[in-house]
Design a protein around this ligand. Sequence first.
Ligand code: F6R
Length: 616
Amino acid sequence: MCGIVGYLGKREAFPILIAGLKRLEYRGYDSAGVALLSSGKDLRVYKEKGKVANLEQLVAGRDLSGTIGIAHTRWATHGEPSEVNAHPHLSQSGRLALVHNGIIENYSALRESLREKGFTFRSSTDTEVLVQLIEYIQQKYSTDLPSAVRISLNKIVGAYAIAVIDREEPDMIVAARKSSPLVVGIGEDNKEFFIASDASPIADYTSQMVYLDDGEIVTIRRGKPIQVINLNNETIDPKIEQVEMDFGKMQKGDFPHFMLKEIFDQPDCIEDCMRGRLLTSKKRIVLSALQLHHKELVEAKRITIISCGTSWHAGLIGKQLLESYCRIPVNVEYASEFRYSNPVIGKGDVVIAISQSGETADTLAAIQLAKEKGAYIFGIVNAVGSSIARAASMGTYIHVGPEIGVASTKAFTGQVTVLTLLSLAIGRERGTIDPETYQQIVTELANIPDKIRKVLKSNEHIEEISKMFTYAKNFIYLGRGYNYPVALEGALKLKEISYIHAEGYPAAEMKHGPIALIDADMPVVCIATDKTLYPKTVSNIQEIKARHGHIIAIVPEGDVTIHKIADDVIEVPETLTCLTPLLSTIPLQLLAYHIAVRKDLNVDQPRNLAKSVTVE
Ligand code: F6R
């Protein structure tokens, strides 16, 4: 996690850096800091605990001049969130300032060795070790900054995106990456340069960007083309890409929070996601990825889905869709477990990696492992140009636009939509889905955005229900079949933003243990939108009622039976069983949102979390 920004050019750096940090705050918001430099002046560093807004308050009235600067917004790994642990970190002599996103795994040994050489440390971060090491190398070999950075990075074990500036070489920024993202923006005629953890802080100024690859180091010098080398000091030709961003989707508009806006955006997002892929007039699905990589996908003997968190929940729904309609066996693995599990995987295997950010370190590492073993990687990603999108052999963007709220909402429904399209398209090619079912699902998919619009009309009703649960300590979410992963997702949403302990279970598993938890103080959210499993779910609800649990039921429109049993009922329009997750998820997102708002919590930036998990 953590976000880094840098600027070298003709304008004042500070406003560009602060605006950039605000765009990257989703990556972490424990502390923020900036280092500014201009010829003939000292290197100035300002940092503060908490959000970027706190840093802005701190610097009021201070000297903020300088046309070169680096800045950082932190998600703490080593060392508590505090001013001293905030980045940028300075070297011993105060000559170098460095910002870092990632983890230096061998920092402890390096710190001891530098201590023996007379270096002292102010912070408890891993990052400070790197800036001291670079200064030590500079002194020992009397070398310039780019060489000192390269030599130092060869001694580092771990993940990094860094940017360094040097008081003694004031017209230069050196930046590098390994396993953490870094983008360089190039202004007109090489007159100005930008660096950032993603393209969003840069896209206002230039569309010419270079995504650094692992192990690459870039040297930015005023007025000169950028120079890229790798850790072996070989010159790399930078690949300049044209990147455009739609900032309209990054505004809250009239909504009080990004999360609520993103929940309400879902009908449009799903339409965007299906555009050009779901051809309603022809009642067909066309996926260019499938046309281009037909053999790998259609002839797959086995599929492994790797992802984390909400994306893992989407993967569980994907498994049911792929197995039902393509008759291909599917495993769904946590990327963090897969990467250390010595998996039986190799040539002929298809691995589907699902990620909103496209930067999740565990998912990326799992992809590398599967790739090394010869598997074919298919990415389902939201962030265009992200590391996972680029690491995959082929893939499909979900096209739901930037997701700013830390709790994932529209990305989940976008991922489920793409998995549905993919399953139907592969199933049709394999002949494992009967044409009538295919037509039925394709026709109904086109109705889903409008049905979500209808679910969103329950917002006030859900807000009303939420009032009762501000003081709840626990919640249970139950679902079956396609809605079991929805129960997991509902529980995760509540945990993340309202800090209420919540667990999701397959409804029938209750009686194998968790039913012991049920009493009058236990709210139980029961998802009963799946017509085929409806009678079974009703029995499960009865079991909870008999133990006085407080039942909040998500039911199909016009339901009568559950209305008579449940304490609170939220209706969603009827749809085909395989599409119910796209509707039943929405009330759960709204319920979590309203409970958190009632508790007066920071919905968009919940404590301890960050949007992009670039550390393992
Ligand atoms: C939950 C949430 C996280 C992410 C997880 C994976 O609301 O946002 O659980 O789903 O960190 O992130 P991506 O999808 O970016 O790989």
